[in-house]
Design a protein around this ligand. Sequence first.
Ligand SMILES: [Zn+2]
Length: 511
Amino acid sequence: MNRPRIAIAGFQHETNTFTPIPTPFETFEAGGAWPGLQTGSGVIDTLAGLNIPIGGFIDAADEFDLMPIAWAAAEPGSYVTDDAFDKISGMIADGIAATNDVDGVYLDLHGAMVTQSHDDGEAEILRRIREVTGSELPIAVSLDLHGNMSREFAERASVTTIYRTYPHIDMAETGARACKLLREELRRGEPFAKAWRQLDYIVPIQAQSTRREPGARLYGMLPGLEGNGVSSVDFVFGFPPADVPACGCSVFSYGTDQNAVDAAADTILAALKAAEDELHNPLVPAADAVADAMTVACEASRPVLIADAQDNPGAGATGDTTGLLATLIEAGAQSAVIGMFWDPETALQAHAAGIGGELDVAIGGRYPQLGTGPLKARVRIEALSDGCFVFTGPMYGGATANLGPMAALRILDDGADVTVVVGSNRTQNADQAIFTHLNIQPPDQAIVCVKSAVHFLADYEPIAEKVIFAESPGANPCQLDRIPFTRLRQGVRLGPNGPAFSGSTRSSLSV
Ligand SMILES: [Zn+2]
């Protein structure tokens, strides 16, 4: 057999339908934590070797001739505009159409894209690609663990692989597994038998970590189900802040024996149902979180971590709400640090004032509809940076940050000792280097607060005495039964043992 010719492309977005941050074409062009839009040979030149799915696919594809088409990813935010979606999906579909004699396609997708016109962006991308490839061409897709997948998507993809870790430390590995399965399908010359199942309740995001049970156990089951006619089994836990019918957890299984494939999917679905009581949401009110942290910190030699989970920019939140910061000051927290606030204006003011300077600032709070305004305080500038530094944690380690002007600001308050880190490009704090490059050593603090929901655990949990998930305002609503969903599928339950969705939820969004 000649070397198979494989078109490769990517289009990643995690859409939070409750956030005020828009997602136009420019955000894909610019990129964020990942590189900006790539086309043609730039796809391989820029992305090979990175710990992202397409990087893993490229590195594993030594038996293939790769035809790089286009790849784009943007920071999580609100609906992808029709303009952005049409342009990028058009580049991919047209690029595949223009490539002669392709034997297969690999797509690096997230799995939670919602556009202005399409509830399920990935199903629509595949529909447009299938228009040019026909229904038979093998299309392998890798997905984030936070996908919200529909039956249409499951039908249009030939085979999928999904991250098995949260924090996501196996992104490249997941791309490599897609490569292996595509190779298997091409060698056999016939499509996989498939199974797809949808769980009947939505799993809260803080309950999804694979550093905790039952996530570790559930994802740990997957490799053991492979073999005897089953080539792979995976599941998405889902991305809850997305008001679309496919929101939630679903299971994918592939192989050569339909009965075995169905049985493997049913085994995981049954395990997810059996784990319902364990998948509870650990969020506590911010005041309780801070009080608990202060009590524990008195006796501990290591810091207490508080996650400002609902303001996690990694889930599309603004990264600038001030609820937890205000609570720290009010409670008189000592030796506390919090960051990163997305606040380019305050960062610029700090740079103008210089290290050691004191000034009055209004930190964050630019979206009053989220329930907090700016926090006004007098601060002293402790450290400054241009936001370019190298990440050091297990998730982003080795990648270079580009967060624009940044500053460490000590709040001048008689009762509290709190330092705030502000930056200019919105990003979640999942890496200690955000603090350490500003001379703040997290292990030396009593309380460390991060604007992140779960990803911070990979780098921060090993240094922590305790981790607390706090509930304070933000555009990543985590209390499922209080989110004003209107478009979920009928009957899906809002969290483990939660009420069934029936058209709309009872109360308005309180975050
Ligand atoms: Zn994810």
